[in-house]
Design a protein around this ligand. Sequence first.
Ligand code: THU
Length: 143
Amino acid sequence: MKRTARARSRRAAPAGLRELTELARVARLQAFAPFSRFKVGAALRTRAGEVVTGCNIESASYGLTMCAERVAIFKAVSEGLREFDAIAVVADSPRPTAPCGACRQVMWELVGDVWVHIVNLHGRNRTLRMSELLPLPFDARNL
Ligand code: THU
């Protein structure tokens, strides 16, 4: 049977998402968000089980603000990590916060079609595949 994104999304999510979420929750405490006061934490896991975390870091220019997801991804890639299987994102919002468009593009290109686990501080959560968050992506195959 041809595996579609839908079929893949029904695959069982990887183990350890609770632990990954806990690391994202702790990373969120380091957020530098004096302008929005909206703190976000992310924890990115490699296929080998290493975890790299990130938090959002804001700038008075606003536009130079960096999201938690991209901080974690750039930290990981800068340390030579290339193969990932999941990312957890934690924020204090009524519904779990999904990554912004810029992060989705970077996640697709550098992290791939991984599980994305989004959670709020009250434990509401959703787990999606990256390909569900960014259908019909632009990437190196288009060049
Ligand atoms: N933010 C993230 O870090 N990740 C997201 O998924 C959504 C937004 C940050 C950027 C900014 O510092 C604050 O949240 C408000 O947009």
